[in-house]
Design a protein around this ligand. Structure first.
Ligand SMILES: [Mg+2]
Length: 252
């Protein structure tokens, strides 16, 4: 019998393009003004310093040419802004940039400028499961802090209270079955008492490999449209826990 449901976020409860079309452009737009606050914000100042350290070690020729052009011994805040914009354009990873984006998103959520758009079937179904005393948990590649911000500022209000546990990649990669073994342990359940729902067939494979039940969430606009042998739900309300539990009995 399913006792807990672990849900992915992007592509499962929230459209994938919320990240690409809302969150990233918002951070990019507000990056320079956030950097300018370094004079009275020690956290931002430390991240600007960290970005400069990353820049000096960045072997990319464009980055090096920009550093030469910055002329001064220490690049100005504006120079750092240009460098970080270059990283965004080139889709490069940077710890300092990631932290700065997190700060900018938090302010956007708190001011009400950003609101996460949940699929309309999500909240009613979460409530439905909670009435049946099913434990609900989150497992997403965004940090737990980012997950909580997203669910605290949704178009349905603050829904963080629906979830009892939160997991991010600190538990392990989403494509590694070991991560799902750990999640089941943390939920204090046998893996086959846990259902994992995701729009990524590789994540569903890993969960199933660990012994969990899997459900592939197929939403319009998702990059993954092939369920890869997993049961498919187009909405969370398509998920029939009774049927999933019965598949256990019939296969044993
Ligand atoms: Mg996803």
């Amino acid at each position: 019998m399913i006792q807990a449901i672990v849900l992915d976020i992007e592509g499962t409860t929230c459209p994938v393009d919320f990240v690409s079309k809302t969150l990233f452009p918002f951070a990019q737009k507000h990056l320079n003004s956030a950097l300018m606050r370094r004079d009275h914000d020690p956290e931002i100042d430390a991240l600007v310093q960290e970005a400069i350290n990353e820049w000096e070690l960045d072997p990319d020729p464009v980055s090096q040419a920009m550093l030469m052009q910055a002329q001064q011994a220490t690049p100005s805040t504006r120079d750092v802004g240009d460098y970080l914009q270059h990283l965004i354009q080139a889709d490069r990873k940077s710890t300092a940039l990631k932290e700065l984006q997190g700060i900018i998103w938090k302010q956007g959520y708190l001011s009400g400028e950003i609101q996460s758009p949940l699929f309309p079937d999500v909240c009613p179904q979460l409530d439905n499961w909670r009435r049946k005393e099913i434990a609900l948990a989150v497992y997403s590649s965004g940090s737990i802090q980012a997950q909580k911000l997203l669910y605290a500022h949704s178009n349905e209000g603050d829904i963080t209270g629906r979830f009892c546990q939160w997991f991010d990649t600190r538990t392990g990669p989403k494509l590694a079955d070991q991560s799902y073994t750990i999640i089941a342990q943390k939920l204090e359940l046998h893996p086959n008492q846990v259902l994992f729902v995701s729009d990524h067939p590789g994540e569903c494979d890993a969960a199933r490999q660990a012994g969990m039940k899997s459900m592939f969430c197929l939403r319009e606009g998702n990059p993954h449209q092939d369920p890869g042998g997993h049961d498919v739900a187009q909405k969370l309300s398509d998920i029939d826990l009774h049927k999933i539990s019965q598949s256990d009995i019939s296969s044993s």
